[in-house]
Design a protein around this ligand. Structure first.
Ligand SMILES: NC(=O)c1ccc[n+]([C@@H]2O[C@H](COP(=O)([O-])OP(=O)(O)OC[C@H]3O[C@@H](n4cnc5c(N)ncnc54)[C@H](O)[C@@H]3O)[C@@H](O)[C@H]2O)c1
Length: 447
C-alpha cells in the first residue's frame, strides 16, 4: 500500500486515482477547479465514464480516496505523506500545434513550493519529448530549499469509454526515468495488474506515447483513404477492412472508415509530434497527410449531404431550407467528451451552408450545448429525426445501431441517411426505402 497524490482530476487523473485506490492504495486527488472537487467529494462525477461513479463512491466509503484543492493537504498529510505524485493535468493544443504546457508548469511549481519531503514525481500527461527534464529543472529552481526528488515519465494509454478496463488490464505500462530506483518504485504500483512493464529512459517513454497515438491515427486515415478509393471503384471498405484484418501483421483494430479521429488526444498529439519534428528541421510528411485526410473525412460527409439534398445556391445557402438531423455529438461512443468532436465540426459546416440542424446524443448534450449555437437539441433519437431532409449518423452509440427503420422513414421529410460510422447494411437500407450513403461502400452506391 502506497500513499499517492494525483494532480488533476479529469479523465486520466480521476481514473488513475480511483483505480490505484481500488488496488488498496491511499490516494488524494488535487484539482484547481473548486466546483469539480466539491462535486467529487459528494460522489458526483465531472465526466461520463462507464463504471467510474460506482468505483469512486466505493473507495470514498472505504476511506481510500479523497479530493482536495490544496497541494499541502495532498502532499504533506501528516498521517499519510505522499510518496508518489502523479501529474495528470491537461495539455491542450497550443499555437502552431505545439502542446500547451502551462498547466504542467503550474503543477510542477506548486509541487516544488509545497513538498516538505522527498518525492517521486510521475508525469502522466502527454507531453513533448524533453518535458521530463524541463519539469525537473522547474522543480529544482522553484523549491525554497533543496529536497531530493526524481521524475518518471509514465504515459497513459487508456481510452475514454473503456478507461477503467484499460487501466486495470493494460497492454503495457511504460516507465521512463534517469533514476532506475524511482522507476522501480512506480513499477511496484502496477505489479498487481500483471501487465508487461517496460522501463526505459525519460525521452523514449515520452516518445512512445506520441508514436503510438500517431500510428493509430495513421491507421484511421489510411482506411479513410482506402474508403475514398473504394467509393470511386465500387468496392466495399467494410469488407476490405475485414479481409485485411485477418492478417496478423495488420490487425482489424482501428480500420473503421468513417468520420476520422476526434477527441482530446489524437488530433492534438499528431499535431504536436509534427510540430516537434518541424522544430528539429524534419519534414513529417506522413503525419501531414494523416491530418489532411482526417479533415477531409468531415468535409466529405457534408459533400454527400449537399450532393443528395442541396440546391444550386452559393456556399452560403446550398442547404437553405433543409433540416438535418445529427445523431451523436460526442467524438465517439461511451463518452461525453466533445473536444475536437467530428459531429460538432460537421454541424458547423452544415450551418454555414444554411441548413437547420437538430441533434441528439445520449450523454454529450450538456457539453455540446456550450459549444453549439442555433441547434435544436432534442430529447431523443426520433425527435431528432422527425421532419428531416437528411439524417447523419455521427456517433456509434449502441442505441443508434438498431433504429426502427419504418418509424424513421415515416418521420422524415425525405428518407436520406448518411451513415458516418457504417452502422447499417446498405442493401437493407435501400430495401427499407432509404437513400443511403455510408463511407467507402462503393458497391452500395454503384447499385
Ligand atoms: N482523455 C484521454 O483519453 C487521455 C488518454 C491518455 C492520455 N491523456 C493525456 O492525459 C492528460 C490529461 O488529460 P485529461 O483528458 O484527463 O484532461 P482533463 O481536461 O479531463 O483534466 C485535467 C484536469 O486537470 C486540472 N488541472 C489543470 N491544471 C491544474 C493544476 N495546476 N493543478 C491541479 N489541477 C489542475 C483541470 O482542472 C482538470 O480537471 C493530457 O495530457 C492528455 O493528453 C488523455
Amino acid at each position: 500500500m502506497k500513499n499517492i497524490a494525483v494532480i488533476g482530476s479529469g479523465y486520466v487523473g480521476l481514473v488513475t486515482g480511483t483505480c490505484f485506490a481500488d488496488l488498496g492504495n491511499s490516494v488524494i486527488c488535487v484539482d484547481i477547479n473548486e466546483e469539480r472537487v466539491h462535486d467529487l467529494q459528494n460522489g458526483i462525477m465531472p465526466i461520463y465514464e462507464p463504471g467510474l461513479e460506482e468505483m469512486v463512491r466505493r473507495n470514498i466509503a472505504a476511506g481510500r480516496i479523497r479530493f482536495t484543492t490544496s497541494y499541502a493537504d495532498a502532499l504533506n498529510d501528516t498521517a499519510k505523506p505522499a510518496e508518489l505524485v502523479f501529474i495528470a493535468v491537461n495539455t491542450p493544443m497550443g499555437v502552431d500545434g505545439e502542446a500547451e504546457l502551462r498547466y504542467v508548469r503550474s503543477a510542477a511549481e506548486s509541487i516544488a513550493k509545497t513538498m516538505d519531503h522527498s518525492l517521486v514525481i510521475i508525469n502522466k500527461s502527454t507531453v513533448p519529448v524533453g518535458t521530463g527534464d524541463w519539469v525537473s529543472d522547474i522543480v529544482k529552481n522553484t523549491q525554497p530549499t533543496p529536497i531530493p526528488f526524481s521524475v518518471v515519465s509514465n504515459p497513459e494509454f487508456l481510452r475514454e469509454g473503456a478507461a477503467i478496463t484499460d487501466f486495470m488490464a493494460p497492454d503495457r505500462v511504460v516507465l521512463g526515468s534517469l533514476n532506475e530506483e524511482a522507476a522501480q518504485r512506480v513499477a511496484q504500483l502496477y505489479l498487481p495488474l500483471r501487465g508487461p512493464i517496460m522501463i526505459t529512459d525519460l525521452r523514449t517513454a515520452e516518445m512512445i506515447k506520441y508514436a503510438s497515438n500517431a500510428f493509430l491515427a495513421t491507421k484511421i486515415s489510411f482506411i479513410n483513404e482506402i474508403a475514398n478509393i473504394c467509393e470511386a471503384l465500387g468496392a466495399d471498405v467494410k469488407e476490405v477492412a475485414a479481409g485485411m484484418g485477418y492478417d496478423k501483421r495488420i490487425g482489424r483494430a482501428f480500420l473503421d472508415a468513417g468520420l476520422g479521429y476526434g477527441g482530446s488526444c489524437f488530433p492534438k498529439d499528431v499535431k504536436a509530434l509534427a510540430h516537434m519534428a518541424n522544430v528539429q528541421g524534419k519534414h513529417p510528411q506522413l503525419l501531414e497527410a494523416v491530418m489532411m485526410i482526417n479533415t477531409d473525412a468531415r468535409r466529405l460527409i457534408v459533400s454527400k449531404v449537399r450532393n443528395l439534398i442541396g440546391n444550386n445556391g452559393t456556399h452560403l445557402n446550398r442547404l437553405e431550407g433543409r433540416t438535418i438531423g445529427v445523431l451523436g455529438l460526442a467524438f465517439k461512443a461511451n463518452t461525453d467528451d466533445i473536444r475536437e468532436s467530428q459531429p460538432i465540426d460537421i454541424i458547423r459546416m452544415l450551418q454555414a451552408d444554411g441548413a437547420k440542424v437538430q441533434a441528439y446524443d445520449p450523454v454529450a448534450m450538456k457539453n455540446a450545448s456550450q459549444l453549439l449555437q442555433n441547434v435544436r437539441l432534442c430529447e431523443d433519437t426520433y425527435e431528432a429525426i422527425a421532419g428531416c431532409d437528411a439524417v447523419i449518423l455521427a456517433t456509434e452509440w449502441n442505441e443508434f445501431k438498431n433504429l426502427d427503420l419504418e418509424r424513421m422513414h415515416k418521420l422524415m421529410r425525405t428518407p436520406v441517411v448518411i451513415d458516418g460510422r457504417n452502422l447499417y447494411d446498405p442493401q437493407a437500407m435501400s430495401a427499407a426505402g432509404f437513400i443511403y450513403r455510408g463511407v467507402g461502400r462503393g458497391y452500395a452506391t454503384a447499385n
